[in-house]
Design a binder for this molecule. Structure first.
Ligand SMILES: Nc1nc(=O)c2c([nH]1)NC[C@@H]1CN(c3ccc(C(=O)N[C@@H](CCC(=O)O)C(=O)O)cc3)C=[N+]21
Length: 298
């Protein structure tokens, strides 16, 4: 049995709806409908489903979007040629290349080929630099969505001890950069961290992105901590839809003061933030403003 539920459950959909509403209003204020181009290679079922979700949400939010679904065998040169076209097309405000890419593709070269000002994932090294120097422009959607969720639920970050478990370029590292920008004291733990529990039990805010189902158990959590579960582990079941499990064991609800569920937690924010990043890119492009100069220091 699971422990009694004491933690507040920070559900994603209400926060995502709020962000989508703001985003739709900003999109409507632009002279031209913001356009997102999504590039996908191959037919990985998770990628097909995520991309379809992004495309549908974009349209429902008043953006224009197009999916370039290319065969898995697409060559590096052909992919780079498409990115070059999209970079040069003034109608295209944002470009997303769905990851992971097939093994024969050099992912780093692809991300470097994107125009940083159209890179709505925030994966280009120029955007990574902008984040870490305090001039964030496009910031990776999942960690940026986590920040939105924390604000939506009134979770204070400034001055808190935050621990991020996981150091990926997509979640862990940018999450640490954003929390630091929001004045938390940040520790990044990972697979080589010695005595992980001693580190995670220090966390007033614990963000977990390791990709292992139920990795964080109650004994690793400080009583009263706010716990953000970024894990999405698909457990396949014969003849049924895969089950989604987070990186945080549900019993953590008996120890934490607040916890995001999986599914229905951070995931919906990721898509909403992607559309917000696209509209922000379109706004900057409309006034010919370089990215990273639109806001003050964090
Ligand atoms: N270039 C690129 N940018 C990405 O942002 C990107 C990517 N590649 N590759 C894959 C990951 C994964 N990702 C998710 C988006 C939404 C949900 C989401 O909405 N999840 C729902 C459930 C979805 C379901 O039922 O499968 C939830 O957690 O409630 C999950 C995962 C974006 N990614």
């Amino acid at each position: 049995m699971t422990a009694p539920h004491t933690a507040q459950i920070l559900t994603g959909p209400p926060a995502a709806e709020a962000l989508l509403k703001e985003t739709a209003e900003r999109a409507a204020r632009l002279a031209r409908t913001p356009h997102l181009s999504i590039v996908r290679l191959g037919e990985d079922p998770a990628s097909v489903s995520y991309v379809a979700g992004k495309d549908a949400k974009a349209k429902a939010t008043g953006l224009s979007s197009a999916v370039h679904a290319l065969p898995a065998e697409t060559t590096q040169a052909d992919l780079l040629a498409l990115i070059g076209q999209l970079n040069a097309d003034p109608q295209v405000n944002g470009i997303l290349v769905q990851l992971p890419l097939p093994r024969h593709i050099d992912e780093e070269e692809v991300l470097l080929a994107l125009d940083p000002d159209k890179d709505v994932d925030g994966f280009h090294p120029v955007n990574v630099g902008r984040l870490w120097t305090g001039h964030p422009a496009s910031v990776p959607c999942t960690p940026q969505g986590v920040m939105y969720l924390l604000r939506h639920y009134g979770v204070e970050v400034s001055g808190k001890r935050a621990v991020v478990v996981g150091r990926s370029n997509i979640v862990g590292r940018p999450m640490a950069g954003l929390l630091l920008g929001a004045h938390a004291t940040v520790t990044v733990a990972h697979s080589r961290t010695r005595d992980l529990g001693a580190v995670t039990r220090e966390a007033e805010l614990l963000v977990v992105a390791v990709g292992q189902a139920h990795f964080i158990t109650p004994d690793l959590v400080r009583p009263g901590a706010v716990v953000i579960d970024v894990g999405i582990n698909r457990v396949e079941r014969a003849g049924k839809k895969p089950r989604l499990l987070g990186d945080v064991h549900p019993d953590v609800a008996g120890v934490a003061s607040a916890l995001t569920p999986v599914p229905g937690g951070v995931g919906p924010l990721t898509i909403a933030q992607l559309l917000a990043n696209t509209v922000a890119a379109a706004e900057r492009q409309a006034v010919g403003q370089p990215a990273g100069r639109t806001s003050g220091r964090p």
